[in-house]
Design a protein. Structure first.
Length: 184
C-alpha cells in the first residue's frame, strides 16, 4: 500500500484539545500508505491530545509551526477534530490563512468531527458538500456548504477535494477516503 509515496501530509492542530484517535488513526493510516506526516501547530513544542474531549491523552511533538511551514512542501492537509482543537484554530489568523493558502493551491483537505470549523472560518466552503459532527451543521450551512449525514463524504467541487467524516466511529472510512483523495 504505497499509494502516497513521496507525499507530505500536514496535520494542523492547536496546542490542545485534539481528539487523540482522530490524530493517531489517520496519521498511522496515511503513513502505512507511504506518506510522510508532519504535525503543524501555531506554536512550537507539544500538543495535548484528549480522549472523549475531557480525559487527557498523550502529548505529541510539533514538527513545525504555521509560520515556518512552506505551503509548497505540503501535498494535502488533515484537520483532526475534538471540540477545542478546531475552535482554537479558527481563532488563529495564521492557521486560518494557511488553510486558505492550501485550498487556493488546490491541495486536498480531510477534516473529521469538528475539524470543518476551521474551513468555515477560512471561508472556503461555499458550494461544497460535506459531513461533520452534527452539532456544527448549522455553522457549515451558514458558511455556504451543503451538509449530509454520512459516514464519509468526498466532494471534489470548486478546484479542490474535501474529505469529511462525522466522528471517531467513522475513522476507517475517513482514512480510506483520505488515502484515495490524496493519491490523486
Amino acid at each position: 500500500m504505497a499509494q502516497l509515496d513521496g507525499k507530505t501530509i500536514a496535520f494542523l492542530m492547536a496546542g490542545s484539545g485534539v481528539e487523540q484517535v482522530e490524530l493517531t488513526q489517520p496519521w498511522e493510516g496515511l503513513q502505512a500508505a507511504g506518506a510522510t506526516c508532519v504535525l503543524v501547530a501555531p506554536e512550537a513544542g507539544t500538543v495535548q491530545a484528549f480522549n472523549n474531549d475531557v480525559e487527557k491523552g498523550d502529548t505529541f511533538d510539533v514538527d513545525t509551526t504555521v509560520a515556518d511551514l512552506d505551503p509548497t512542501t505540503v501535498d494535502a492537509l488533515v484537520l483532526p477534530g475534538g471540540t477545542t482543537n478546531p475552535d482554537q484554530l479558527r481563532l488563529d489568523e495564521g492557521a486560518v490563512a494557511l488553510v486558505r493558502t492550501l485550498v487556493d493551491a488546490g491541495k486536498p483537505v480531510a477534516a473529521i468531527c469538528h475539524g470543518p470549523w476551521t474551513l468555515a472560518e477560512a471561508d472556503v466552503l461555499r458550494g461544497k458538500t460535506l459531513t461533520s459532527f452534527p452539532s456544527i451543521r448549522t455553522d457549515l450551512k451558514n458558511a455556504g456548504a451543503t451538509w449530509v449525514d454520512e459516514q464519509s463524504f468526498t466532494c471534489p467541487a470548486n478546484g479542490w477535494t474535501l474529505v469529511t467524516s462525522r466522528n471517531p466511529g467513522d475513522l476507517d472510512a475517513f482514512v480510506q477516503a483520505s488515502v484515495e483523495a490524496f493519491s490523486g
